[in-house]
Structure formats: C-alpha cells, structure tokens
Design a protein around this ligand. Structure first.
Ligand code: SF4
Length: 362
C-alpha cells in the first residue's frame, strides 16, 4: 500500500463484529483503533487539526453504508453520459490540488464500507431493474477505485459480482498502480480498468501521493497483457504554457504501450470547480498556479475555462487521438450541449469500428 499513511483506525460500533472489519483490522495490525458510535466522533477529532481535509485522509473509518448505487448526477445544464456510481469507499488517500472531494466531503475520513451483503442485494435488484442497453457503473466518483484495494480487495470482489452480466460494464478508475490481486484472477469481459492521466509535470505539482505517469501507463499495459480492457480519463485537462506538447507526449506514450483495440473509452474534461473549492485549495496548495487563469462562471455556479478555450482543448486532444485512429473512443465529461454538438460532429467524422455506442452516438 505505497503512499498509504493511516494514523488511526476508527470502527463504527455497528460493524465491529463484521468479518471484513476483522480482516481489515488484521491487515492494519499495530495501528491505534477506537470504536465509535458514528462518524461524528471522527469528525470532531479531525476538525481540531489545522488542515482537517489533509488530516481526514490519514484516518480510516470502517462502517456500513445505507445504500450504494445512484445515477451520476453530472452537472445541471450538461449532457450526462448515463453513468452510474457505486459509493463503496469515500474519500481518497491521495491529495490532488483540484480534487472536488475537498469541498464535497469536508471532514469525511477515509471511509470503507464493509456491509457487502447489502451491496450484493442492492446490485441484484439493480441488475434486474436496470434500464435496457449497456450500463456503465463505477466506484471512482467519491473515491479512487484502487487506492485502498490492497487493503479492501474490492476490485476482485466487485469483478466477480459483475462477471457474466454482459449488459453492465464495471469501471474501476484510479491514479494508483495495478493491484497484484487483479493479475491472479481471470479477467471479466465487462471490467474496465481505467487510469486518469496528466503530464508528469502536472502530476508532480498537483497530484500528491499518486502513481507517476510511467507507473500508471505500465499498469495499463500489464492489465492489457493480462486480458483486461482499459480506459483513460484526461480530467481535468489543464491549460498552461506548453500544455499541448505535454499532452501530446502523454497520448503518444499511451499508444506505445496499449493497442487501440484494448481501449474501451477515453473521457475528456477540462478544469472546473465549485466556488467553495477555491479558498480551500488556495490555502492547502499555495504553490499551485492552476487557479491563476481566466474562468467563467457557468449557470450551475461552477467555474470553468471559457467555452472557446474548452472547445479548442478538446479538439486538440481529438486530433492527437485521431493520429492513432482512436478519436472514436472519446467522450466529454460534464460538458454543455453546445460544446458536445461541435465535438461529436468532429469525432463522428472519424468514427470507424467502435462497437460500444454511447447513447449520444446512436
Ligand atoms: S486521486 Fe481523485 S479522488 Fe483522489 S485526491 Fe486525486 S482527484 Fe481526488
């Protein structure tokens, strides 16, 4: 568990005797442990620290979740991609300067849910009642899907539940390396292992604690060699002097290691953030320059790069992927209909053999 630093383990009294709780405590043997009635006890402790967000990333709370599955809310005014989320873990041990969880999950410790029986029951209902067509669902919305995997073993556990559910594609999205456990099992056809990518210069300055670019790409290459499909997320794309060359090198590196056919999808999303993140991020990452840019405030209240710039960034990335015959793997995350319309006209022109139609591509 490279990079994982846990100062204390807090156990929700309701799950004290749960089998997975006992396993987690065995794996974390030697750490101080306290049994508490609710997350409020952990929050009271974290709140006393000068950097409660950073402190929360070093306290592990073992608990149960009341429910797990929900449609991704996307953003009002944007075109959704029909994604669903499983909120199994909450928060992340990594510390990215742009991470919206700093604002959304303020005072939330690293949280692991152990009531897997309830998750399985909820998934059974979901599989029975899911909308027709292909569903994409993932655990990477409120957490990094693989950051705690060597502790929880969630990746293999979830893959086995999704195995032989052909209409449901499970995505595990991460900035960590590849958990060895995934190389010891037979890959499921409908599992996509996805890595968020940025140039190494951005990783160095903005993505504290995460695996480097080479390690993420090597993980993807290993996964493909083992028979997994992979995905990539360029999100957030950052605009700075020299960005184009840096991103071009990342795209070239992908295709040096991973064949187009193994890539399920690639998302593009530019930097955006709610107003509440700005003072937090400026205080926590005073050296970061990513907020020193022109932004416009969109109807739903988030700050974004101006639309012509976003459109230009996406078109540039589309051209880079077109150079490898892969522009038809692209889609946009949390973008407006207008930006989508111009972008989809561009990628449709290049579309060839992609057999996974997103709703907006049909
Ligand atoms: S890896 Fe993702 S979830 Fe974790 S801090 Fe970075 S942006 Fe947030």
């Amino acid at each position: 568990m490279a990079g994982l630093r846990i100062k204390k383990v807090w156990v929700d009294r309701r799950v004290e005797t749960n089998g997975l709780t006992r396993q987690l405590l065995d794996r974390l043997a030697g750490q101080p442990v306290e049994i508490v009635d609710s997350v409020e006890a952990v929050r009271r402790f974290i709140r006393l620290h000068p950097d409660p967000v950073g402190e929360g990333k070093q306290h592990l709370f073992i608990t149960s979740q009341p429910s797990f599955i929900r449609p991704c809310p996307c953003t009002p005014g944007c075109l959704g991609c029909g994604y669903w989320t499983i909120d199994l873990d909450l928060n992340c041990p990594f510390d990215c300067s742009y991470c919206i969880l700093q604002d959304y999950l303020n005072l939330q410790p690293l949280t692991v849910a152990v009531n897997r029986d309830e998750l399985c029951s909820e998934l059974e209902v979901f599989f029975r009642q899911k909308p027709s067509g292909i569903i994409r669902i993932g655990t990477g919305e409120l957490a990094d899907s693989l950051a705690l995997d060597q502790l929880t073993g969630n990746s293999v556990f979830l893959m086995e539940i999704f195995r032989d559910r052909p209409g449901c594609w499970l995505e595990l999205k991460s900035k960590a390396g590849l958990p060895p456990a995934l190389l010891q099992v037979r890959p499921a056809d409908n599992l996509v292992l996805a890595w968020s990518l940025n140039p190494q210069v951005v990783i160095d300055s903005e993505e504290k604690g995460t695996a480097g670019l080479e390690e993420r790409l090597a993980a993807a290459a290993w996964a493909v060699t083992h028979g997994y499909r992979v995905g990539f997320h360029f999100d957030p794309i950052l605009h700075y002097p020299g960005w184009r060359l840096d991103y071009e090198r990342v795209v070239e590196s992908i295709f040096r290691l991973v064949p187009v056919e193994a890539i399920a999808w690639v998302s593009l999303g530019s930097l955006r953030f709610p107003p509440g993140l700005l003072p937090l991020a400026r205080r926590r990452f005073p050296q970061s320059r990513i907020y020193e840019h022109e932004f416009t405030r969109s109807a739903e209240g988030k700050y974004r790069y101006p639309r012509p710039l976003r459109q230009w960034l996406y078109n540039q990335l589309a051209d880079m992927f077109a150079g490898f015959g892969a522009e038809d793997r692209l889609y946009l995350c949390m973008e407006t209909v207008e930006v989508w319309q111009e972008f989809s006209a561009k990628i449709k022109r290049g579309r060839r053999n992609f057999t996974f139609p997103f709703p907006w591509q049909c």
